[in-house]
Ligand binder design. Sequence first.
Ligand code: CA
Ligand code: CA
Ligand code: CA
Length: 681
Amino acid sequence: MRKLNALLLNAFLIAALACFSHTLYADSNYIEPTMVTLPAGEFLMGSKESDTEQPIHKVKVGSFKLAKYDVTNKEFTQFLKATDYKPTKVCLVKEQKGALQEHPRTWDEDKDTGRQFNPVTCLSWKDTQAYIAWLSTQTNKHYRLPSEAEWEYAARAGSTKKFHFGDDEKNLCQYGNGYDKPTSQDLGPLLQWPAKGIECDDDERNPSTVGTYLPNKFGLYDMIGNASQWVADCYHTNYQGAPKTGIAWTDANCTTPFARGGARSTDANSQRSAFRPTAEEVNAIGQQGYFDRGFRLALDIKNYIKEDIKNGIKDDTPTPLSELQKSFIADLTKAQQTVIERKAIALKQREALLATYKNWKKTPVIVPPMINIPAGKFLMGSNLSDKEKPIHKVSVNAFKISKYEVTIKQFKQFAAATNHITGNDCWKYVSENGGQFKVGYDIAPGNWLTPEYAPSDFHPVMCVSWDDANAYLAWLSQQTGKKYRLPTEAEWEYAAGAGSTKKYFFGNDDKDVCQYGNTFDESGMRAFVRDKEYKNRDMKCDDGAEYTTVVGMYKPNAFGLYDMIGNISEWVEDCDHENYEGAPTDGSAWISEKCSMRSRKGSTYGQEKGSHTTMRAHGGQSNRSSTGEGFRIVEDIRPEDICSDASSACKKVSGKQSTFEIELAEAQKAEVIKRKQTLSK
Ligand SMILES: [Ca+2]
Ligand SMILES: [Ca+2]
Ligand SMILES: [Ca+2]
């Protein structure tokens, strides 16, 4: 046994090993990794990029086997199923400004489809060793962690460049799941991570299914990004005195194991083949489980042959696969294909959209119908929720607001003209028991063009962040020479109430809500029960729409504004605030220094409580959601357009009926027919 293993095998592990060797398991109780045989070779280990990576020294590595992929959740939960081993319940997670926080680790989550083929993370050193000991006992092979030298040799795959494919960080996104640009734009302001995003888009901010990026020249996957990987060595601050062969470097005074390789939360620098963490980083995690750290297994060819000769099996004779092994390989292949296909579809959607650019350029920019809102005073807030207190008097200047929520069609034109790309994940409703967050919603691959979120051109656009909305508004302003912006929270509430002080702009009766907006009604409830196993939450009337619907299908308010109840909730300019203590009273947006969360107004198609006019909710400024977050727009008004009261003149839409509204009327007709078909099913 290697020196390090001897060192780190504490009393617990020896007990665990003894336990495993005395328990006989059926062949089908374990899953072995697919191994790649690496040739013997010499390489220059280290780099000049950091003191911890010096001196650069020549290392001779013998032929060995290394797993093609990281150990997955599925493989590790198989170990838990087959034994009564209890892994650590605590996981260190990188949070605000990179500070480490302990989080509870629940293993049930990893059984979820979509997560079972992610690398297993959050395992302590002890857990990792217990798994290896068990698998070795089961298979009669000496599985182990690779040494640090073997890891770097394997990661380089013959390359002396920064990354195994070359030096250009823009190509990193093809080879691994790192902290890419869109992810850093999302998480940077929210979590204030100091790391700079990699200059590309790898289409994934969560852990990814192993083997869904390109491999290196040895055929090894995910040696860049996703999860960092435990190695067999103890940590040394540099390579002074390092071994000149591929063995693990251990010594009696060293007790700190560590990991090599970048992860999904780390920058381009850490994805380099030679990258080593600092002593400070290593000590902060120590032997604990870390959210971004996994491992992959190595196997000595020498030992393997020795063991197998004993059992009459030669190295090149493949062991017959168990049923469990066969189904694991088949399921993994399927999971990989699903991810790869999903990415290809997203790419095609973007390309198709860009291909329409020429056509879009010939058509005039869609200027949505706007309604003049007169200046006035109103009582903002309510006693219905603490977030809406205290009720306070607000004066609002005259402004114009769009009659409808911004539609897919409008956003398509913008995206095609500007090549604006939103992130490719979006919150969605899931089964109430199934989600990562166990409350019925989860973040999932998809964007505003995903058919599920964009049934027609005249549905409201969702899965757009506050930042995306502002990018659209900047473009629209630039195209038209007008000043478009998001409404302030006060403007929105004033416009929604349209002079009413009742719970809803039409009155107080909950049963009438379905005439005025698309909420979580009987139809919505039926769809959620059918598709998402939701239970017992609905508005006691039927608005006829299951999810979002074409804009303008219900009765407008007194100002002539549609969907101020339901369909999608709408981003406003203001930062999120706990309540209205200290809110401005002049109708301006309430902006505070820390503003990673923005306010939104109006209920959604999937939410019952909060359809009332004064409701408030929030969302991360860079977050996208299909649970009902979109927007409508405001235009600063010219003095000559101001009307003095809410009389009929003020309700008049500026300009004649536009092509947009003619097409919308067609879309509404089609939606009515579709609803009838849904109901008759
Ligand atoms: Ca990523
Ligand atoms: Ca509905
Ligand atoms: Ca709405």
